[in-house]
Design a protein around this ligand. Structure first.
Ligand code: ATP
Ligand code: MG
Ligand code: MG
Length: 381
């Protein structure tokens, strides 16, 4: 069988490799961390992501190359494209690793984003805050995740400090109008080189301290919004000529308006529910798409609540759900918990160590289980 090369060896790479192995592919990952989540289930080239020599080796060993994060060094991306086959292309990376380029691409697909302004000086920030109003959100255009590289400006007096702090990152900045959303949802679209597009059911996402806590599917939204969200995700994927997965994070307002927050050209944490709750997982669909296999139809098999296991939850999860003494609390609730741990050796409080798909007859049961089992206590952070 063919070998798929993976840039990045974290949990997303691991779950791509596990799904792709079932389709008969071999995997090799380029990842600096020894014994990485993906390296435990695939071969690993242990080197830095920007190591050109290691990238050459990956290209030599793989028939097809994909990645599990979007901040791939541009030089490495174009080298891999030259030496091997990167069906997703470097253009998709170029666009999605930069918030301004990404917003322009979303608008070009005819989809709304929060009003925004490019910021190159404190003066421009002053003017943009006057125009977009307060609160508004200042973000670095590159490199942010889990809410890092952001500042919610709630008073004009914060402008100098916000600008001084975020401009240290050395990238441009963007100011976004604050959308007072009612819900955050996300949709994952898959597109293959032959032009097939399939979207997954929208997830309703709950965050704690800017980190995804739980995804609820079916999302508790109207059918009209559900359809619009899936359609616009597909439209963006087509308009960008995306190949593989494209995750679309959305804000839904009380008036029923949808705004795209950001995109990710890869499997997304809010799509982990698909592993047991859909007829095809996001990981399998990604492998199918990059290998130009027919995409699989996606059917939601059961309501589900996906809940993340951070380092601070790990002991309770292992004791409760893995080592068998589970269901002391919550045993009367009708859920089937499916545990996924990523094999990371060094838990820290906010690190993603795994997730659990709570399969249920109704999503309220999954949410009640999270409350009752008391595993998901959060430390202040
Ligand atoms: P991720 O880990 O999802 O990549 P990130 O660091 O790229 O996170 P964003 O997704 O841009 O950050 O923002 C993090 C969260 O902050 C959003 O999920 C949302 O709750 C809030 N947020 C961001 N931008 C806005 C906005 N313009 N209006 C209201 N809330 C916002
Ligand atoms: Mg992001
Ligand atoms: Mg986000």
């Amino acid at each position: 069988g063919a070998t798929i090369g993976l840039l990045g060896g974290g949990q997303l790479g691991r779950m791509i490799a596990l799904a792709g192995t079932n389709l008969g592919y071999r995997f090799v990952t380029l990842e600096p961390t020894l014994d990485s989540p993906c390296g435990q289930v695939a071969e690993q080239i242990q080197a830095d992501y920007s190591d050109v020599q290691a990238a050459r080796e990956l290209a030599a060993r793989a028939d097809v190359i994909t990645y599990e994060f979007e901040n791939v060094n541009a030089e490495v991306a174009s080298l891999l494209e030259e030496l091997s086959y990167v069906p997703q292309g470097s253009q998709l990376l170029y666009t999605t690793q930069h918030r301004l380029r990404e917003k322009r691409a979303i608008e070009a697909a005819g989809v709304k984003v929060a009003p925004y302004a490019e910021i190159r000086s404190e003066q421009e920030l002053q003017e943009a805050v006057d125009k977009l109003g307060i609160p508004s959100v200042l973000k670095t255009v590159m490199g942010g995740y889990d809410g890092k590289g952001q500042w919610v400006i709630r008073q004009a007096s914060e402008i100098p400090e916000a600008y001084a702090t975020l401009s240290q990152a050395g990238t441009e900045l963007v100011l976004e109008q604050f959308i007072s959303f009612e819900k955050e949802i996300s949709v994952i679209a898959a597109r293959s080189p032959r032009g097939e597009v399939i979207t997954f059911p929208p997830a309703e996402n709950m965050h704690i301290d800017n980190i995804l806590h739980a995804s609820i599917v079916p999302a508790r939204i109207s059918n009209a919004v559900l359809e619009e969200a899936q359609q616009l995700a597909g439209r963006i994927a087509v308009s960008m000529g995306a190949v593989g997965l494209l995750a679309v994070e959305l804000f839904l307002t009380a008036e029923g308006e949808l705004y795209v927050n950001e995109l990710a050209p890869r499997p997304h944490n809010s799509g982990h529910y698909t592993m047991e709750a859909c007829s095809t997982s996001q990981f399998e669909q990604h492998v199918r798409a990059i290998c130009n296999l027919p995409l699989s139809p996606v059917k939601l098999l059961t309501p589900v609540v996906m809940v993340n296991v951070l380092g601070e939850h790990l002991d309770a999860v292992v004791g409760h759900l893995v080592e068998g003494n589970w269901m002391q609390d919550g045993q009367d609730i009708n859920v089937i918990p499916k545990v996924h741990l990523y094999g990371k050796e060094e838990p820290s409080a906010k690190r993603k160590m795994g997730h659990i798909n709570l399969l249920c007859d109704q999503v309220e049961d999954g949410l009640e289980f999270i409350q009752k089992t008391n595993i998901w206590r959060h430390q202040q952070g």
